[in-house]
Design a protein around this ligand. Structure first.
Ligand code: BGC
Length: 928
């Protein structure tokens, strides 16, 4: 049970983080903080404050939430204009929050604004000379944002509100309660120029967000957040814009030039607010900058760059500053962005006059590039090209100073060094030209385009040559999974006991809202059949994620700030502390892994799920993913990093093909995953999309070659929910049944088949067919089973009471049915099967007392995310509900949903569907 009174320290941490991630873009005349004054607040979002984006990442049921107006009321040094607040409260009551009808991905990205009048503003002006205007936007799964009013742009109503307020107020603070960056050109509008003096991105701060934003406004907290994305003048300025959100094929032509890597190299003048930028109420001076090269013992590859800086608070407020170190690499043969983030560090809270000595170290290997073409001399290797590497220290990518190592021009590599020779993986199959810079005489860079190296590997051969060996199948020896944990038997000996039936079952997760685990969660996996349970395999539970626990049954949980806000803190230690609380909550709720953090790269500002992710920069993303994972692990549960890889748009996210060069993959889109894996992540979710023609879940080179062989990952890999799969060799057409391709790629778990449907193969996947024809081997299934069991072995579920199998219901026969002709009588094989009569139900007859598995078969043509159920009764008494999620076909799927203890005699079973669309076919009972 979730108890609010026990959660204060978690709530406090949410508040602290939410305030620390606020980014101050502008603060003329030191308007903020509004210390000790009266304030009038405009905009309906002061009441309907956004806690998060929508979709799986935002579906936390909270026990409390604090909006902006209440957050401001809670500040001791501020007096809120209550008369104005009452006007808004009354209007919002009449014009309630529009959730789009409550359907999936139906919520609009903005809320209709209250039409403001000059009179209201004038009245407010008489109360206070300072105004706060709040504008809100949400975003979410399945739909990208749009470059239109209400999306990336302000609506006419919002602009009108700003015009009316700024006409009366010279001192206006603009607060952006948004999921993602929005267009900022409106600030240049002469109508508000000089009047919107302060702009604060407060993002979506979770359940405590309103309080945290108010903390910053009142000065209780000095802002110290920094942008993790570049805010450009125009959407069209983003290098991915021309190739974003193609419903079929998105070519990543900008290659590694994502975000500031592009702008600093090619388009400095197109930036409004640079990456890493964010102001404070106080001022800082960077003093005594030093750079030192520490020679390693194992040649240049082990050299370390060490930078020390004294950061002094020279202003009038307490505050924190973040120091950022960027490097410049020689253009060499590969071409390079002008600057790339190498390290960062944040001070503690410094009082005026106080200073801190920061020390930042990073290995030179962090400056390596991936040569996917061989031009630098080593094809498919991480290399440090010959030439001079420079170091730049400052407080944003734009405000940096070069620091030279004593007596040297920089760090010099005389001859290109190969740091790690790898082999080709996930190269594109379709040709396209990618961007690269060429330096002009005046030192600026010209855009040139060159063809990407294409796939040369022979997938068939690769897979065949690396086939695992089968562990001899021994039948049940009585070993339990705990015996493996306690060292009594080897994992191999345990695996040998799993029958073919066990193996095909264990790679299927069940959900959503399985009754076998914590109610309302996304899926269960592991011990999903009686036979697996008998071997002591527990049922693992996972839930969304990333910013709090989603329980669709309405159970409460704590909602943390969104991913972008977390990264804007530039304070991974603080985020680790926050996620430690999350880990404790997961543990309390018996959830073994959170489906998060989301860690895809912000390739384009309109991606609907950017809010769940951290940044346009891979290193920063990796650091925050590591912070979340290690925090959760400290708290006692686990994290599933997602979505591997390139889930950078929501349009056609399940079917789109994203075509990316080997270099961009390694340096930009996989880098953060690599960091998280090497830092202890042990559960990965693959993306829905295709990556270079292969669905991520059946992309052998992604989930076996790179993830496991190169990075040394030994954990489990699960697919995204109800994903499409395509052929592991050929790619091509997608379907939902080619689980064999998924297993061959070592994506261990299909998420997910219907509840209780793993054992009966409710989704009619091809595992048995492929085993029969030799197109899949037992050894490959054993390999996936090993990965899943390896995860479960160290999960909290190992110490929980083992789930006892599908629920058992006992019924007495109904003598009054003696005169009715039964629809089915038990046959010699102990099977009773009848076509469901949804009107009157069906009478069936059991020949001897005993226990039966009950299997339901039905079709449900609907979106895959839709859910339906049927209320089942036997002789008028309740039986368990039959649940099913949507299918895009009329195909019939079966799953086992209960066990019945029945005596000899007749019974009437009725199945009544609760949500239209689900059509029953048959019920089958099998004697156990
Ligand atoms: C999302 C995942 C999520 C899963 C389970 C999918 O639609 O893409 O991120 O974890 O649903 O809710």
């Amino acid at each position: 049970m979730y108890k609010v009174e026990e959660k204060q320290s978690f709530f406090d941490k949410c508040r602290e983080v939410a305030a620390e991630g606020a980014v101050l873009l502008k603060n003329e005349d030191h308007l903020l903080p509004l210390d000790g004054g009266k304030v009038s607040v405009f905009g309906r979002i002061q009441i309907d404050y956004y806690r998060s984006g929508t979709g799986s990442g935002g579906a936390v049921h909270v026990a409390r939430k604090i909006n902006l107006i209440d957050g401001l009321r809670a500040q001791e040094n501020l007096e809120v204009n209550e008369e104005l607040a009452a006007v808004y409260e009354a209007w919002v009551k009449e014009n309630p929050f529009d959730d789009g009808g409550g359907g999936w991905a139906a919520e609009p990205w903005f809320q209709k604004e209250m039409p403001l009048t000059e009179e209201i503003v004038r009245k407010a002006r008489a109360f206070s000379d300072k105004a706060v205007v709040v504008i809100g936007r949400t975003a979410g799964e399945d739909v990208d944002n749009i470059n239109a009013p209400g999306g990336y742009l302000l609506t006419e109503e919002e602009k009108r509100m700003l015009r009316l307020v700024t006409a009366e107020y010279e001192n206006t603070v603009l607060l952006l309660n948004v999921a993602n960056i929005i267009d900022m050109n409106f600030l240049k509008d002469p109508a508000y120029l000089g009047h919107i003096k302060s702009v604060l991105y407060v993002w979506q701060g979770g359940q405590e967000g309103g309080l945290a934003a108010a903390d910053v406004i009142s000065g209780r907290v000095t802002p110290s957040g920094k942008l993790t994305d570049t805010i450009a003048i125009d959407l069209a300025d983003y290098p991915s814009d021309a190739n974003f959100a193609d419903p079929e094929k998105s070519f990543y032509k900008e290659d590694i030039y994502v975000g500031y890597r592009y702008f600093e190299t090619f388009a400095k003048d197109r930036v409004l607010y640079p990456f890493g930028y964010g102001m404070s109420y106080t001022d800082f001076a960077l003093q005594k900058m030093r750079c030192e090269i520490r020679k390693g013992d194992e040649g240049a590859a082990s050299d370390v760059i060490r930078i020390t800086v004294k950061v002094a608070n020279t202003g009038a407020y307490k505050g924190k500053e973040t120091l950022q170190v960027y490097y410049s690499a020689p253009q060499g043969t590969l071409g390079q962005p002008v600057l790339q983030l190498a390290a960062f560090a944040k001070t503690e809270l410094l009082s005026p006059g106080e200073s801190a000595d920061l020390e930042l170290e990073f290995p030179v290997s962090r400056m390596a590039s991936f040569d996917d073409s061989g031009v630098a001399g080593y094809r498919n290797a991480w290399v440090l090209e010959a030439g001079r590497y420079g170091f730049y220290v400052g407080t944003s990518v734009r405000s940096v100073t070069e620091v030279l190592p004593e007596g040297q021009e920089g760090y010099t590599v005389n001859e290109t060094i190969c740091l790690e020779q790898l082999s080709e993986a996930c190269a594109p199959e379709l040709a396209f030209d990618r961007l690269r810079p060429v330096r002009k005489e005046d030192g600026t860079f010209e855009k040139t385009w060159s063809p990407v190296p294409l796939r040369t590997t022979d997938l068939y051969r690769e897979i065949q040559e690396a086939m695992p060996e089968e562990i001899p199948m021994t039948g049940d020896k009585g070993y339990k999974l705990m015996d493996v944990r306690e060292g009594r038997v080897s994992m191999d000996a345990f695996l040998g006991q799993l029958s073919r039936g066990d193996l095909v079952t264990i790679v299927r997760g069940e959900g959503m809202c399985s009754a076998k685990v914590t109610p309302g969660t996304a899926s269960c996996f592991g011990g999903v059949s009686d036979s697996l349970l008998e071997k002591g395999i527990p049922v693992g539970c996972c839930s969304d994620g990333p910013s709090g626990i989603r329980q669709d049954n309405g159970e409460k949980a704590t909602q943390m700030p969104i991913g972008t806000l977390l990264a804007c803190t530039w304070n991974p230690q603080l985020v680790t502390e926050l996620y430690e609380e999350e880990g404790k909550e997961l543990f309390e709720k018996k959830i073994d892994t959170l489906l998060g953090p989301g860690m895809n790269i912000h390739r384009h500002p309109l991606n609907g799920r950017n809010f769940e992710y951290f940044s346009e920069d891979p290193y920063l993303t990796g650091i925050f993913a590591c912070a979340c994972v290690s925090g959760i692990q400290k708290g006692g549960s686990d994290a599933t990093i997602k979505h591997l890889a390139c889930n950078n748009q929501e349009l056609a996210r399940r079917t789109g093909d994203f075509i990316v060069s080997g270099r961009a993959l390694r340096e930009i889109y996989l880098k953060a995953f690599e960091m998280a894996v090497k830092n202890g992540a042990n559960s990965v979710m693959t993306a829905y999309n295709m990556l270079n023609g292969h669905h991520a879940c059946a992309n052998y080179e992604l989930t076996t070659k790179i993830l496991r062989d190169e990075w040394g990952y030994t954990g489990q890999v699960m697919s995204d929910w109800f994903t499409y799969i395509n052929d592991v060799y050929e790619g091509g057409e997608e379907n939902v049944t080619d689980t064999a391709s998924m297993v061959r790629a070592q994506n261990d778990l299909y998420m997910c088949v219907n509840n209780d449907g793993a054992e009966t193969n409710a989704w009619n996947d091809n595992l048995d067919e492929y085993l029969d024809s030799g197109r899949l081997t037992i050894a490959e299934l054993q390999r996936c089973a090993r990965n899943i069991l390896g995860f479960l072995l160290h999960s909290p579920c190992m110490n929980r009471e083992i789930y006892q199998g599908s629920p058992i219901y006992s019924y007495e026969p109904d003598a009054s049915l003696a005169a009715e002709a039964p629809a089915a009588v038990e046959n010699a094989g102990g099977v009773i099967r009848f076509t469901v009569n949804e009107n009157d139900g069906n009478v069936f007859e059991v020949l001897e007392d005993g226990m039966f598995h009950v299997i339901g078969a039905a079709s449900f043509r609907a979106l895959r995310t839709a859910q339906s159920a049927a209320v089942v009764t036997v002789n008028g008494e309740d039986a368990p509900m039959f649940t099913m999620s949507g299918e895009m076909t009329d195909q019939v799927f079966s799953h086992k949903f209960a066990r019945f203890r029945l005596k000899k005699g007749r019974y009437r079973m009725c199945c009544k569907v609760t949500k239209i669309g689900l059509k029953f076919d048959y019920i089958e009972m099998r004697r156990i």
